[in-house]
Design a binder for this molecule. Structure first.
Ligand code: GDP
Ligand code: MG
Length: 286
């Protein structure tokens, strides 16, 4: 028997708790406002007769360089391989309608070299919004496996479980090489800590966290920069990540806005019918 940890990570409101409920059969409260999952929640899922998974529902996180209490919970877990909840697999949950923004966090999780599955949720909305995806292309570019699901309609959940079962086949290649942010600075940082993952070192410098046996002070002492300079580099990181994401989505995602418009006009017609229906109803009533 094997017991693995599966972490649900993603922006607020993308459906993490809905996926959690689908996988665990539990019924945690789902909300349409951010911040409803204020702490980690754990449930269990028997994936097959060999593998059991601890499913961890984490608080909503926009990126790993923000700094709310919620986000620190996530960052601290992901930096600490000794944590008993450290994920064997991360499921980065995204909303198909907000893929671009949601993928920022995905690229950061990938850069921590955690085996990652990209879960694209709310697939039930694709048709009405005229959205189509080239899944094989996206999988190749993002170096991941993708589960296209609708947690509301319980679609794609079995396929997602299959991907989790086969988590050992996931590659841990990063999306962005940190040295594109500032070559000299990052090359020196890597030289000073050759055994450490560069992106982790960067998080230890910029975030209020320790990791492994390395003390934050030890790393910061030689690689500290002014607050403004750190902010500038963080912004550059975000820009580089969005450049990558835009390139990938330019080919991998198409939105046919005429379909969306068509759908809206149909909806308008239905609503107008209802409107007249109500008027007639009230005229008859009085
Ligand atoms: P979380 O903040 O990431 O945990 O997201 P929740 O699971 O609380 O869901 C946020 C909102 O999205 C809720 O109103 C859900 O009902 C809705 N939602 C979740 N999954 C889906 C889905 O597959 N399709 C649609 N249309 N809505 C969904
Ligand atoms: Mg939630």
């Amino acid at each position: 028997h094997q017991n693995i940890n599966v972490a649900l990570i993603g922006n607020p409101n993308v459906g993490k708790t809905s996926v959690f409920n689908q996988l665990t059969g539990l019924n945690q409260q789902v909300g349409n406002y951010p911040g409803i999952t204020v702490e980690k929640k754990i449930g269990f899922c028997k994936l097959n007769h060999n593998i059991k998974a601890n499913i961890l529902d984490l608080p909503g996180t926009y990126s790993l360089n923000a700094s709310s209490i919620d986000e620190n919970v996530v960052i601290e877990l992901l930096l600490n391989k000794n944590d008993k909840l450290y994920p064997d697999v991360a499921l980065v949950v995204t909303d198909v309608e907000n893929l671009k923004r949601n993928l920022l966090l995905f690229t950061q999780i990938k850069d921590l070299e955690i085996p990652t599955i990209l879960v694209i949720n709310m697939a039930d909305r694709m048709e009405s919004k005229g959205i189509s995806l080239d899944i094989p292309f996206l999988e190749e570019q993002l170096k991941t496996k993708i589960a296209l699901i609708s947690s509301r309609k319980a679609q794609g959940i079995e396929e997602l479980k299959e991907l989790i079962i086969n988590y050992k086949a996931l590659t841990t290649e990063p999306c962005l090489n940190a040295s594109v942010i500032d070559k000299e600075y990052f090359d020196n940082l890597q030289k000073a800590f050759p055994d450490q993952l560069l992106y982790k070192l960067w998080l230890v410098i910029t975030q209020d966290v320790n990791f492994l046996n390395l003390e934050r002070k030890e790393i910061q002492s030689s690689f500290t920069k002014s607050h403004t300079e750190l902010k500038r580099l963080q912004q550059k990181e975000t820009i580089k990540r969005y450049q990558f994401i835009n390139e990938v989505l330019k080919e991998g995602l198409t939105v046919d806005s005429s379909i969306a418009k068509d759908f809206r006009s149909k909806l308008d017609r239905v609503l107008t019918h209802k409107f007249w229906g109500y008027i007639i109803f009230f005229v008859i009533l009085f």
